[in-house]
Design a protein around this ligand. Structure first.
Ligand code: URA
Length: 221
């Protein structure tokens, strides 16, 4: 009986395929925020610290929730914690973090503590690999809730992973960097990730231009 049912379902799927329907992974269709998450950053951080929803929880030392001014106008979103972040539980504290801090303090001319910094995934991917779609989609409700609570006017997506998972768009970062994207409740501006800049210092001039644009936007707000 089960086999007959499965065969009929398969036939129906082939018919739909012939009509032009395409398979879209269900995981991408999840609601942007989980209704059950608390409406409070401290309580949310507590939940994240105990999260075991994906495999990254098995290899992490500490979760890296994010930090900064919850009343800020501007949020920076990276990809995921590296070794130093995993050891300390703080975002962007390694070499890439030092560069990000300089970008914020020397170009935007605001203290690092005055902005909010978070990542797409809250646990370190082993060997600093890019998070898998499953890991990213499992974790992103936490970030979406942080965005909802902090209510920044501007979000800077640091690198392709942050851009991709915040927008759903797979266009390469080189094409989109520096563009201002209206996300409804905030403006998104993608730029290169500081780790990329450490490997490709010549790209710093483009990021400098992006930061000047952000600085102008902050002044308008
Ligand atoms: N790279 C990231 O994307 N995030 C961090 O927190 C550190 C390095």
């Amino acid at each position: 009986m089960n086999r007959l049912y499965n065969a009929l379902q398969l036939k129906r799927l082939y018919q739909l395929k012939q009509l032009g329907f395409r398979y879209v992974p269900l995981v991408e269709k999840r609601p942007s925020t989980e209704p059950s998450l608390p409406h409070d950053l401290k309580a949310l951080e507590q939940i994240v610290s105990q999260c075991q929803l994906c495999g990254l929880s098995k290899t992490r030392t500490k979760t890296v929730f994010g930090e900064g001014n919850p009343y800020t106008d501007i949020m920076f979103v990276g990809e995921g914690p590296g070794a130093q972040e995993d050891a300390t539980g703080r975002p962007f504290v390694g070499r890439a973090g030092e560069l990000l801090t300089k970008m914020i303090e020397n170009v935007l001319e605001v203290p690092r503590e005055s902005v909010y910094i978070a990542n797409i995934v809250k646990c370190r991917p082993p060997k600093n690999r890019v998070p898998t779609p499953e890991e990213a989609y499992t974790c992103i409700p936490y970030l979406k809730k942080q965005i909802e609570l902090v209510q920044p006017h501007i979000i800077v997506a640091l690198g392709a992973t942050a851009y991709h998972y915040l927008t759903g768009d797979k266009t390469g970062i080189t094409k989109v960097r520096g563009e201002l994207i209206d996300m409804g409740s905030y403006q998104l501006i993608p730029t290169y990730h500081p780790s990329y800049l450490l490997r490709n210092p010549s790209a710093k001039k483009e990021v400098y231009q992006d930061l000047l644009k952000i600085k102008r936007l902050l002044c308008e707000n």
